[in-house]
Design a protein around this ligand. Structure first.
Ligand code: 13P
Ligand code: SF4
Length: 342
């Protein structure tokens, strides 16, 4: 009798070139071993255009599959092994509230460019697309913020306040030119005067997985392992990024580890599956340690069993779709990013 891994291999053989499996770096090794491509959010978005397969399975969280569905060509169908794998941060910016807040901030006639982190729904990306805005990932955030600032007289950056602050720090935007919104009471508490003074108006969302990394943890590493290098993801709080030796997307973290010399110790502040995989990959050559253990439970909803179940019934499974009214403006926002960061 075949085990799960063997049955997935058999299903992949049956589907052949009709199937492509994409996986994000935070997926578990059991899932990653079946992926045709492994990447960060930007790399995986870029892949869609070049794929000829009819069935594209996205092992990651829902916004990633939805971005793929937004960019898919006619005839390409996008699937996710568990539709409930949602990014908690993306849910901190519901589209109707984003639209209400954006309208309030611009009723004075101000040309505010909305810039959505890719960790948002297609409906939020559509709000950006309709209003001259775009999308960024952690790999291109400084470039896209610079671009957005050049298109208007301010930027609404959403939903990650930490990435907004870290990117503003990278570009040297002074703190007094930033304003974090109070979106409670359906956006009725916004301080319109303070927002009007700011170049970067910031949505107050954040990633709970990356908020667990602290300056105390870095200080403890500096004391116990003064030779170690620390790299963190820019979804970590700015004071944590400040104390680290470097910060960057999941791919940048992988490149940083690869570039380190044999014998080096690298402490990483990001999701545990990626850190564990790097530790195994470099075992005996480089020491890779987590700054703290922090698992994204939504990424973890994609399991080998669910992947098998999807592959064995893919012809009968509903694909991820984006309604026509959302798809076009969301596509505009995503394509502006892909063009600017090519
Ligand atoms: P990357 O774009 O760096 O892969 O990050 C995606 C993400 O969700 C990080 O939490
Ligand atoms: Fe979303 Fe954070 Fe999970 Fe990334 S790690 S998918 S930002 S909840």
């Amino acid at each position: 009798m075949q085990n799960t891994q063997e049955r997935i291999t058999a299903a992949r053989e049956r589907l052949g070139s009709r199937l492509t499996i994409l996986a994000h770096h935070y997926q578990h090794d059991d899932v990653v071993r079946h992926a045709d491509y492994l990447g960060d959010s930007l790399e995986l978005s870029r892949k869609i255009d070049g794929l000829d397969s009819e069935f594209i399975v996205f092992c990651g969280v829902f916004f990633m599959a939805e971005s793929a569905a937004t960019l898919a060509r006619p005839g390409q169908k996008i699937y996710i092994p568990d539709i409930e794998a949602s990014c908690v941060m993306s849910e901190m910016a519901p589209a109707p509230l984003v639209e209400t807040v954006y309208n309030r901030l611009t009723e004075s006639g101000r040309k505010l460019i909305p810039l959505a982190y890719v960790n948002t729904s297609a409906a939020v990306k559509a709000v950006c697309g309709k209003n001259g805005g775009t999308v960024c990932t952690s790999a291109n955030a400084p470039k896209m913020l610079k671009w957005a600032l050049s298109q208007g007289d301010g930027v609404l950056f959403l939903p990650d306040k930490q990435l907004a602050q870290n990117t503003s720090n990278t570009l040297g935007i002074p703190e007094e030119k930033r304003h974090i919104l109070d979106i409670r009471k359906n956006g009725q508490q916004i301080d319109l005067d303070a927002a009007a003074q700011a170049d970067v108006v910031i949505w107050p969302g954040q990633c709970v997985i990356h908020s667990r990394f602290t300056t105390n943890a870095i200080k403890a590493v500096r004391k116990s392992m003064p030779q170690a290098k620390v790299i963190v993801h820019p979804e970590c709080p700015p004071e944590v990024v400040e104390l680290a030796d470097d910060a960057g997307s999941t791919s940048k973290i992988i490149d940083f580890v690869e570039a380190a010399a044999e014998g080096d110790t690298i402490v990483i502040g990001t999701e545990t599956n990626l850190v564990g995989r790097l530790a195994n990959q470099y075992a005996g050559k480089k020491t890779i340690l987590p700054l703290a253990t922090s698992l994204c439970s939504n990424m973890g909803k994609i399991t080998e069993d669910k992947l098998l179940c999807l592959l064995e019934s893919i012809e009968q499974t509903e694909d991820v779709t984006v309604s026509d009214s959302i798809r076009k403006p969301a596509q505009d926002a995503l394509e502006r990013m892909l063009a600017a960061s090519a």
